[in-house]
Write a protein that binds this ligand. Structure first.
Ligand SMILES: [Zn+2]
Length: 483
């Protein structure tokens, strides 16, 4: 630190001393020159002042006011630039007088040098974190603004005001007063405290509130260990941590010779760490839905694959109160303080059918349509053998399986149009033809009386009807005998 003195004061206080020095020197100079000086030359003997800045001679003046004026200028400029603050000069100035014959001095040179070399300092507010000077700001208000703005990046103005207003109130009581859906910031702090104190600093060190904030957030470089992961290389690591190769090798000299890293190995890197982080402590009260349990009960009266809900489930509700600790907006801790059920969930009960549909026919065929009448029997018709029974004009066009069985064929078959063959697995087969649409696939197990398609007039057919054939052990039967 430079020895800083108020120059104005310095000049005033040292004046008697300077005068004494001048007198001494004058006496000495007079004595020594008296031998050589002529009458005319006496007028040429003058007192000059050698100007020293921080102990270094910068020039010589004939009038002290040149230096005084230069100092005044510096202080005036600072005041014009920054305001009426108590500025002081950083440098110490000394004037050493000397009586000289034909003295040499250069006011302009001294003025110029002083304007370059002099600098002022002022009383500012220093922000210090963990023993480090992070920034100097102009006023206490600015220092407060730095802290305030940092906090406002993580909480709202209202939250901050409320925090200030209720700071003396019991925290637990505040939390217990929360309504479901409400949350409240109960504390805000810095991970490392920001200490503000008055300190002398030069004008050039002063920063704005925003600059101070960005310095605090930007932080300092800190060393840390990095564990090598699969696929990482020296290059990818230097990129990740914004290091040059040289910086990496300085941190890890053992890799200089062989820059090969292995998974699981540790290397030293540097990373910027903020000087401090904003800690926010928040209490939240929430209403949560509780899912309802589902109870499944097997039921042998229901067909396999069928599920019937006999009691509808209802979600429950619980009120939950917890605290969240956030560091720079990131949740680091969550503590549940209280959890109470306000509504119990209702279990859903489902009946799961286990009854297997028999694929074996009963041997007793049922009417394969919904109503309708026999428009044509099996037998000779127009000189041709009619292989089955025709059923027309149903009350509804569903085609029904005549007995339990397995679908052996479902698809297009020439004159038959859309056709289904059901194997009743007891030696019998039934055929359904001219269908408008088919709703089963080969392999499906169908139950007697279940819908397998819709009546139509596809293939060689005149008008909407069902052509129905019955076979027993491969031999065509007359459906009349079964229905
Ligand atoms: Zn027919």
């Amino acid at each position: 630190m430079k020895n800083r003195k108020t120059t104005e004061r310095f000049i005033k206080m040292t004046m008697p001393f300077l005068m004494a020095v001048i007198l001494l020197l004058t006496t000495f100079t007079m004595n020594s020159s008296v031998t050589y000086a002529h009458h005319d030359d006496n007028q040429l003997i003058k007192t000059v002042f050698h100007v020293y800045v921080d102990g270094k001679k910068i020039g010589t003046v004939h009038e002290k006011s040149v230096v005084e004026h230069a100092v005044e200028q510096q202080l005036k400029q600072a005041k014009e630039k920054k305001g009426d603050f108590a500025f002081t000069l950083n440098e110490s100035i000394e004037l050493k007088p000397e009586k000289m014959f034909r003295p040499q001095y250069d006011h302009d040179a001294v003025r110029e040098t002083l304007s370059k070399e002099l600098s002022v300092s002022l009383e500012a507010y220093r922000l210090m974190i963990d023993g480090q000077n992070v920034a100097y700001v102009f006023s206490e208000k600015e220092a407060e603004d730095v802290l305030l703005k940092l906090k406002l990046e993580h909480v709202s103005k209202d939250e901050l005001d409320a925090l200030e207003k209720y700071k003396d109130k019991d925290k637990e009581a505040q939390i217990s007063e929360l309504e479901p859906g409400e949350s409240k910031v109960v504390d805000i702090d810095f991970s490392s405290p920001i200490l503000v104190s008055k300190a002398q600093t030069s004008l050039s060190e002063l920063v704005t509130v925003d600059e101070a904030i960005s310095r605090i957030k930007g932080g300092t470089l800190q060393k840390k260990e990095h564990l090598i992961q699969e696929g990482e290389t020296v290059e990818s690591i230097t990129q990740k941590y914004h290091l040059t190769m040289d910086q990496f090798f300085t941190l890890n000299p053992r890799f200089m010779l062989a820059p090969v890293i292995r998974v699981g190995e540790k290397v030293t890197v540097t990373e910027k760490k903020p000087f401090t982080k904003v800690l926010v402590f928040e209490a939240v009260r929430k209403q949560n839905e509780i899912p309802f349990p589902v109870e499944k009960q097997e039921d042998s009266t229901l067909e396999k694959g069928v599920t019937k809900t006999v009691q509808k489930g209802q979600k429950g509700l619980e009120n939950i109160t917890y605290t969240v600790r956030k560091t720079n907006g990131k949740t680091i801790e969550k503590d549940i303080l209280n959890q109470e059920r306000v509504k119990e969930p209702v279990t859903e009960i489902q009946k799961i059918g286990t009854k297997v549909i028999p694929s074996k026919g009963t041997g007793q065929l049922s009417w394969p349509a919904v109503g309708g009448y026999i428009s044509s029997h099996k037998g000779s018709r127009w000189g041709r053998e009619h292989k089955g029974m025709d059923i027309a004009r149903p009350s509804e066009r569903s085609i029904l399986a005549a007995d339990n069985g397995t679908v052996a064929f479902a698809g297009w078959d020439g004159d038959y149009g859309n056709k289904i063959i059901i194997n009743h697995n007891n030696g019998m087969r039934t055929i359904y033809a001219h269908l408008n649409s088919i709703s089963v696939s080969p392999g499906d197990v169908v139950k007697k009386g279940s819908k397998i398609g819709v009546m139509g007039t596809t293939g060689q057919s005149t008008g909407i009807h069902l052509h129905f054939e019955v076979y027993k052990n491969g031999v065509l039967q007359n459906p009349d005998e079964y229905l």
